[in-house]
Every structure is written in structure tokens, then in C-alpha cells.
Design a protein around this ligand. Structure first.
Ligand SMILES: Nc1ncnc2c1ncn2[C@@H]1O[C@H](COP(=O)(O)OP(=O)(O)OP(=O)(O)O)[C@@H](O)[C@H]1O
Ligand SMILES: [Mg+2]
Length: 453
């Protein structure tokens, strides 16, 4: 069986697409949250620097710079220069206290690097500078904490991204393999079926997912296909079997004619018999072909409106005498014309009813009553052909619709066992349902055709 490589399978491509989308979405969301957190931390650092500046500044009383210097010294002694910076300068820019020598800074917030203030390298500080009564106060905090938190966030984002990628790709591959194996099962089954194993079916999981639904539909199509093929096989076997008898009979008659001819006897009668047998075989083949053609549905193109009441009336007219000749009675019960219009092929519909009436006349004894009833019920036109003859045993009801099937007791009457097959083919062509029942006594065939709207 030709196999689809996993990389080319739809499931894998879907998994890959969604994996990529997950990664992209993650990168986007991660980037945004990283930026937001950094902004928030920077804000907080600014707030903290501003707050420290205000607290220190509040220790200054007018013309008393000593308190400010004392406060700065206390703050500076509580921390290290790599975390917080403090400085106080006098009006001439001389440093009065603090743990660093500030460069020239504008008032307000600014950012400086540690090299600028001789504090080694790599550090960055947020600085707030201001002038109180001519004295300059400078307070700063290192970005170190902010950078550390950013790093932690970045690392955790990268870990999470790695997890997401592994999960998305791993999960995608797992799902792709699972879906692929089920599609392989579908393809495998179809391959086996096309190789003649008509009984193979796609295994179902029973979880009702899309593949299950499609598989169930394919399985039911396969059921139908195999029963059709089985039916065809049966029909071919039946036809071969049933035609063997008349062909043997024909051969025997011809053999007899040859023998008689060799002996100088009169062969005209035997040849006539052979011709009649040949004609009968021909008629059987014609009927078989006709049924196949009707089943193929080509006649649908000729469909038109047909008033069944007029068809029934015509059949009644013709067959009342035929039934009378056979010592039977034919009754026609029909509703008003024009109500019983269907869309179909008039000739075929006539043939269908004729077959049923002829069956009743042929298979019922003298004195029987045959009825044709036509009624309209809701959206259906219903024709019932019934008789009070010997009937058909219940277990033969299905079989009589098979091609060439005849009840044993009918084998002596003329006919080829194709009449009811044709009836069924015509009913199917018209979308009609057909029902065979016991008329107690007799046969009752009900055909319900969809009425024309
Ligand atoms: N009204 C009936 N009463 C009793 N038996 C019937 C009736 N209709 C059909 N059958 C039985 O069903 C069999 C099949 O009928 P079908 O019409 O297919 O074939 P047929 O009448 O024998 O031959 P033909 O091909 O000429 O119609 C008949 O051979 C007969 O045994
Ligand atoms: Mg018949």
C-alpha cells in the first residue's frame, strides 16, 4: 500500500503550523510582559529615588546644613556605594558629605554610569539632584536590582518558552502520528477493499471525532457496496443457473431434430419447438437488459406528469376482457382524475401495473377476483393490486422480486420470473415504495408513489 510520509501528512503540517503559532504567540506575549515589567521596575526605582531624596531633604532646616550632612553620613554609612549614592555640595560645588563625587548633573532625574563617578565599571545609577537653599543634594540608586529582576524574568521566560516549544512540537508530533496512523488504517482498508477483500472495514474508536464520523460513513458505503456486489454475484449465478434449463432444452430439441433428420424423418415440428425456445430465451435476455437499463436510471430524463387514474382506467379497459376470458373478475376502484398525478415515465408505470395484473390473472385460478385501487393519501398516490388467489408464502415474499425467481408451483405456467423484478426496478426509479402482503387469501401489492406537488 502506498504510504504518506509523516512530514507530508496534513496532521503533521497542522501540528507544525500550530507549534509555530504557539511559539510566535509566546514570543510576542513574553516580549510584551518583559517590557512592561522593566518599565514598572524603572518607575519604581524612580519613585524610590524620589522618596529617598524627599526624606533626606526634609532633614534640612533653614541655614542649617549640618543636619543634612549628618543625615547623609548616616545614610551613606548604612549602605554601600554600589547600591546607593549620597552627596551634599556647597554653593561652590565642594563636596561636604557623601559616598561619591558627583559629576555635573542637571536638577531632577538622570542616569549615570559608575565609571563617570570613579566607582569601577558595569554599574548604572538613577540619580536625583536638587538644590536646597543653594546647597546641592544628590541621591542615587543602582539599577542592579532592576537588572537582576529583569534577568530572572528573562531566564524564566526562556525556560517557559523552551517548555512551550517542547510541548507544542512534541504534542504536535504525537497528535500527527496518532492521526496519521488512523488515516493509514483508512487507506489500508480501502487498499484491501480495492484488492477484493470486500468484508474489510475501518476500525472505529467510538469517540465520535471527525475521523470516526468519516470512517463510519465510509464503512456504511462499503456495506452497501458489498451487498450490491453480493447481489450482482447472486444475480449472475441465478441467471446462469436459470438459463441453463432452457438452453439444455433447446440443445436437446436440436439434437433430436438432427437424429430425426439423419433417419430421414420430418423435423419441421422439432425446429419450430426449437425456434419457440430460442424466442423465449431471447425474450428473457431482452427483459433482463430492460431491467438493467431501468436500474441505470437513464429513463429519468423522459419523466413527465402522468395521471395515474388514466393509466389505471386504460389497464382496466384492456384487462377486464382478458380476466373475463380466464373466468376471473377485474374490478377497478379509482378516485377522481387529476388528483393522482405523479412525475414519471408513463410507459414504464403502465408496464409496472400490467405486470401486477397479469400476475394475478396468470397465477390465480378461475373464479378469482382481482382489484386495482387508486387512492391519494397526503403526499402519496397509492396503487393497490390485489387478488384472492393462492397467494405467496411469507418466506418467499422477498425472493419473488429476485430476477428469474418463480415459485415451484408456477414452473409449469409460462413466464420467466422477471415480472416482479421489473416492477421493483420501475418503482425504485420513481422513488416509490413497494409492499407485498398476504391478502388473506391472495396477494396484495401496494405501491406508494410520491405525488406531484
Ligand atoms: N398474484 C400472484 N399470486 C400468486 N403467486 C404470484 C402472484 N404474483 C407472482 N406470484 C409468484 O411470484 C413469482 C414471480 O413473479 P414474476 O412476475 O416475477 O414472474 P412470472 O410471473 O412467473 O413470470 P413473468 O416474468 O412472465 O412475469 C411467480 O412465478 C409466482 O410464483
Ligand atoms: Mg409475472
Amino acid at each position: 500500500m502506498p504510504r504518506v510520509s509523516l512530514r507530508r501528512s496534513t496532521a503533521f503540517r497542522l501540528a507544525l503550523t500550530f507549534g509555530t503559532l504557539v511559539i510566535l504567540a509566546f514570543a510576542l506575549a513574553g516580549g510584551v510582559s518583559y517590557r512592561l515589567l522593566n518599565q514598572e521596575l524603572a518607575h519604581r526605582l524612580d519613585d524610590s529615588v524620589n522618596e529617598t531624596y524627599s526624606v533626606v531633604a526634609s532633614t534640612y532646616a533653614k541655614d542649617d546644613v549640618e543636619d543634612l550632612i549628618a543625615a547623609i553620613n548616616t545614610y551613606a554609612s548604612l549602605t554601600t556605594a554600589d547600591r546607593s549614592l549620597f552627596a551634599v555640595e556647597d554653593k561652590q560645588g565642594r563636596r561636604l558629605a557623601g559616598n561619591f563625587t558627583p559629576p555635573l548633573l542637571p536638577d531632577g532625574l538622570s542616569t549615570i554610569e559608575s565609571e563617570d563617578v570613579g566607582l569601577g565599571d558595569g554599574g548604572v545609577y538613577r540619580i536625583r539632584a536638587g538644590t536646597i537653599d543653594g546647597t546641592r543634594l544628590i541621591v542615587g540608586e543602582s539599577f542592579d536590582e532592576v537588572q537582576r529582576l529583569s534577568r530572572v524574568q528573562l531566564v524564566s521566560l526562556l525556560w517557559a518558552a523552551l517548555f512551550a516549544v517542547v510541548t507544542a512540537v512534541g504534542g504536535g508530533i504525537f497528535l500527527a502520528i496518532r492521526a496519521q496512523s488512523r488515516l493509514d488504517a483508512v487507506a489500508g482498508t480501502m487498499f484491501d477493499v480495492s484488492n477484493g477483500q470486500l468484508d474489510r472495514r475501518i476500525p472505529l474508536l467510538g469517540n465520535g471525532d471527525d475521523i470516526d464520523v468519516v470512517s463510519r460513513q465510509i464503512n456504511s458505503s462499503l456495506d452497501q457496496l458489498s451487498s450490491l456486489v453480493e447481489g450482482m454475484r447472486q444475480v449472475s449465478a441465478d441467471i446462469a443457473h436459470e438459463l441453463k434449463t432452457p438452453l439444455n432444452r433447446l440443445k436437446m430439441t436440436l439434437d433430436q431434430a438432427v437424429d430425426t433428420g439423419e433417419r430421414g424423418g420430418d423435423v419441421a415440428g422439432l425446429l419450430q419447438e426449437a425456434r419457440a425456445e430460442g424466442d423465449q430465451i431471447n425474450a428473457t435476455f431482452d427483459a433482463l437488459l430492460r431491467i438493467s437499463q431501468i436500474e441505470a436510471g437513464a429513463r429519468k430524463r423522459r419523466f413527465q406528469n402522468v395521471d395515474l387514474a388514466s393509466v389505471v382506467a386504460l389497464i382496466g379497459e384492456i384487462y377486464v376482457d382478458v380476466a373475463g376470458d380466464a373466468g376471473q373478475q377485474l374490478l377497478v376502484v379509482s378516485s377522481s382524475p387529476d388528483r393522482d398525478v405523479v412525475v414519471g415515465d408513463r410507459e414504464l408505470l403502465t408496464q409496472m401495473l400490467v405486470n401486477l395484473v397479469e400476475n394475478a390473472i396468470r397465477h390465480c385460478p378461475e373464479g378469482s377476483t382481482i382489484r386495482i385501487e387508486l387512492t391519494r393519501k397526503n403526499e402519496e398516490v397509492i396503487v393497490v393490486v390485489s387478488d384472492d388467489g393462492p397467494g405467496i408464502p411469507l418466506d418467499e415474499h422477498d425472493k419473488v422480486f429476485r430476477r428469474l425467481y418463480r415459485l415451484d408451483k408456477s414452473r409449469t405456467t409460462p413466464g420467466s420470473g422477471l415480472g416482479l423484478s421489473l416492477v421493483r426496478a420501475i418503482a425504485d426509479l420513481h422513488g416509490a415504495t413497494i409492499k407485498l402482503e398476504d391478502n388473506k387469501p391472495g396477494v396484495r401489492v401496494t405501491i406508494a408513489l410520491p405525488a406531484k406537488h
